[in-house]
Design a protein around this ligand. Structure first.
Ligand code: AMP
Length: 402
């Protein structure tokens, strides 16, 4: 069966077609600049020969509906397409950012599910409406095909109240569901399962700390296979230092910036989400540029890495205290998978906690999942490439089987 995985943003649609028989990616694409003067589709087809064929189309794409039709036309193109006809698509999976407290797992999409997603818009005002656009358009075009929503928040719904509650008036939780939710759940769940496999255990037997370091960054404490704490909060701003997001700050910073800089709440929100993190500290948010600059003597580039890795170390220490026993620490996503410096700095000085890296394995350049800790490390450390689309595909297959 071929699955169509959709991640719909406010002006973009990212997609993949996956053949579930052997879990191969047949095509991956991005429709972007929807609603702008000129839109763009980039599709990479991976036909059976495994020779990649890239197509780029630039033309006005007024809305998500036309964007989806363009993607389908490309996927079914006689020369460069990977499917003969849309009817070959057996099911559609949607990545949905916020499931609130309503969804503890993936759900087959029904009108009732759409209603709940709509109700959750205040929790993710930028993401959920865009996700809903993608769902509506796909339901319109593929009216006979089962569709499944997979939530970034669902894996973290096992967190206990002591981890998810903010110490603010409880009424705000009761009336408006103000609490910590966590995100990147599909990624944490995927690498946790892979880690359990490498440890030769079942996931419920594992206590893990999974660290997703990409443009967005988050860390999860996993006890007996379940998320019991995670660093992103009610929104994807809390916790670790990210590419352009601050992570933890004193909440009174808002008042300070208002009183002393005359900023309004929207400007402060933009500052914390788009102008902070690594970018705020050194002017760059791509870790490859930051390392190059640091080597060339850019003092604040070096400082930015120090601030980010120090925060990671603090959270690892906190999650070790939460878990007691830790079987494995997993690094994943763009930085986590590719950056031996960040990994080494993040684990610096943790020998007393039983964490010891093998420098040779840490510096090895490979895309394979691997153990990078020394043989005498009591906590094993892994690099495991995340694959959110495959995780979504596996989730969908499970939901459709149940
Ligand atoms: P992601 O959000 O998972 O796609 O990660 C994107 C980020 O990963 C980029 O902004 C870079 O900072 C980082 N990244 C990608 N490749 C490398 C690399 N080879 N070395 C260090 N950082 C990398």
């Amino acid at each position: 069966m071929k699955l169509f995985i959709i991640n719909s943003g406010s002006s973009s649609i990212k997609y993949q077609v996956i053949e579930m028989a052997d879990e191969t990616v047949l095509a991956a694409g991005l429709v972007e600049r929807i609603g702008e003067t000129c839109g763009r589709l980039k599709n990479i087809a991976f036909p059976e020969t495994r020779n990649e064929q890239e197509s780029v189309i630039e033309q006005p794409i007024p809305d998500h509906h036309s964007g989806m039709l363009l993607a389908i036309a490309t996927l079914t193109d006689k020369d460069k397409g990977v499917i003969g006809h849309v009817s070959e698509i057996g099911a559609i999976g949607h990545r949905v950012v916020h499931g609130g407290e309503d969804f503890r797992g993936s759900m087959r999409i029904t009108p009732a599910v759409i209603e709940v997603l709509q109700r959750n818009i205040p929790l993710a005002p930028l993401h959920n409406p865009a996700n809903l656009d993608g769902i509506r358009v796909a339901m319109d075009i593929f009216s006979q095909v089962p569709q499944v929503a997979v939530f970034d928040t669902a894996f973290h719904q096992t967190m206990p109240p002591r981890a998810y509650l903010y110490a603010i008036p409880y009424a705000l939780y009761e009336t408006d569901r103000v609490r910590r939710y966590g995100f990147h759940g599909t990624s944490h769940w995927f690498v946790a399962k892979e880690c359990a496999r490498l440890l030769d255990k079942s996931l419920p037997e594992c206590n893990l700390i999974t660290i997703h370091l990409g443009n967005g960054c988050s860390m999860t404490a996993i006890e007996n296979g379940c998320s019991v704490d995670t660093s992103l909060g009610m929104t994807p701003l809390e916790g670790l230092v990210m590419g352009t997001r601050s992570g933890d700050v004193d909440p009174a910073l808002h008042l300070f910036l208002k009183q002393n800089k005359g900023m309004d709440l929207e400007a402060i929100d933009t500052l914390l989400n788009k102008e902070s993190g690594l970018k705020g500290l050194c002017g760059m948010n791509d870790m490859r540029d930051i390392h190059k600059a640091a080597v060339a003597g850019h003092v604040r580039a070096k400082l930015a890495v120090e601030v980010q890795t120090y925060r990671i170390r603090k959270y690892i220490g906190a999650y070790m205290a939460v878990l007691g026993r830790v079987d494995g620490i997993v690094f994943t996503a763009g930085i986590g998978e590719n950056d031996p410096i960040v990994r080494a700095e993040s684990l610096k000085g943790m020998e007393a906690f039983g964490v010891r890296l093998d420098p040779e394995h840490n510096w090895l350049r490979t895309k394979e999942a691997r153990c990078i800790s020394a043989p005498d490390s009591t906590v094993r450390v892994f690099v495991i490439p995340t694959n959110e689309e495959l995780a979504i595909a596996r989730e969908m297959a499970q939901v459709l089987r149940d």
